[in-house]
Design a protein around this ligand. Structure first.
Ligand code: SF4
Length: 319
């Protein structure tokens, strides 16, 4: 992790490093060493996303959080919902929040709901005996004023568990097509390294066994070379400029008999639908050559627009 951070630092300022999972505290020693390195060598902010399974008592929670605070950790996200609380008792969340607030580490409770979900913001407000502001209701300049916030999102029906549910029933009525159509806002923007070292296009909501979704391993190749591969990848550019809905439209245009769900919680679900289905993937990958020219032009136009934005900012600075 320190090596990867060093590679990036040589070429660009890094505003934020997020340790997420799986469960990053399973590699606590490595996380602490990396945090310490970041603290001593940069102004980079840091965050850990964890299920708080380690907070078996207030004393245990204080022990872990003291070491994280001393190593320079900036903020915590606790993953909370019915699925996590089936394995991590609510009391652990209580200890983890109390200890974090004692050490003045801001906490976001990252909650996911689904139709019929038992837990909600009220569950955690009752547990912690206080009102918890919703992150989505705050202005960006207000974030720092609240040491404890909660965010809410919808659970994506993907992966092994999704085989047991009707995915269409998990799309809330307020979720309309504009939520999942259009470019992906994450790919080629964030740099995601999977635990075994593979450079991933995004947070990894897509099945991790899909080889062409990864640019290569940072353990075998220099990160900058991998970023170059990612930026030249037609697939990544298609996701970034058209989004998974554009790939879905292409697949249907090539073979209208291929069935799609047609209704989604958000765009990652379409990615998952395409890249976990051999036939859909085959048609999508078969279209890369045909799409390369259009995507190159789109990328050029995007770059042209970017310089206009920069010029506008510079004009404002002069004024
Ligand atoms: S839409 Fe696809 S590429 Fe974008 S973040 Fe989701 S899974 Fe990743």
């Amino acid at each position: 992790m320190i090596m990867v951070f060093g590679s990036l630092q040589r070429v660009a300022p890094i505003p934020l490093v997020v340790f997420t999972g799986g469960e990053p505290t399973l590699f606590l020693r490595e996380v602490l060493a990396t945090l310490q390195h970041i603290l001593e060598n940069s102004d980079t902010h840091s965050r850990i996303v964890t299920n708080a399974s380690w907070a078996t008592s207030l004393t245990a929670a204080r022990g872990i959080l003291r070491s994280l605070k001393e190593a320079g950790l900036g903020e915590l996200n606790y993953s909370v919902d019915d699925f996590h609380q089936a394995y991590v008792p609510l009391t652990h969340i209580g200890y983890a929040v109390e200890a974090a607030l004692e050490f003045e580490i801001p906490v976001l409770l990252a909650h996911k709901s689904y139709p019929g979900s038992r837990s909600s913001r009220a569950t955690y407000e009752a547990l912690l005996r206080r009102e918890i502001p919703k992150l989505e209701d705050l202005l960006p300049e207000e974030y720092g004023k609240h040491p404890l916030t909660i965010s809410s999102g919808n659970t994506l029906p993907i992966g092994r568990g999704a085989e047991k549910v009707n995915p269409l029933g998990w799309v809330p009525p307020e979720v309309t097509e504009d939520r999942w159509r259009g470019p992906c806002n994450e790919v080629l923007k964030e740099i995601v390294i999977a635990p075994e070292g593979r450079l991933s296009p995004c947070c990894g909501l897509v099945d991790r066994s899909i080889p062409y979704f990864y640019a290569g391993s940072v353990l075998e190749q220099d990160l900058l070379e991998l970023l170059e591969i990612a930026n030249k990848s037609v697939l990544y550019n298609w996701l970034a400029l058209g989004g998974p809905s554009s790939i879905m439209d292409y697949i249907i245009s090539q073979d209208p008999s291929i069935p799609f769900l047609g209704k989604y919680v958000q765009n990652c679900q379409i990615c998952n639908e395409i890249f976990t289905d051999a036939r859909k993937t085959e048609v999508a990958l078969g279209g890369l050559e045909a799409m390369a020219g259009t995507l190159s032009i789109q990328r050029c136009l995007y770059e042209a627009q970017r310089s206009l934005v920069i010029e506008k900012w510079q004009e404002q600075d002069v004024k």
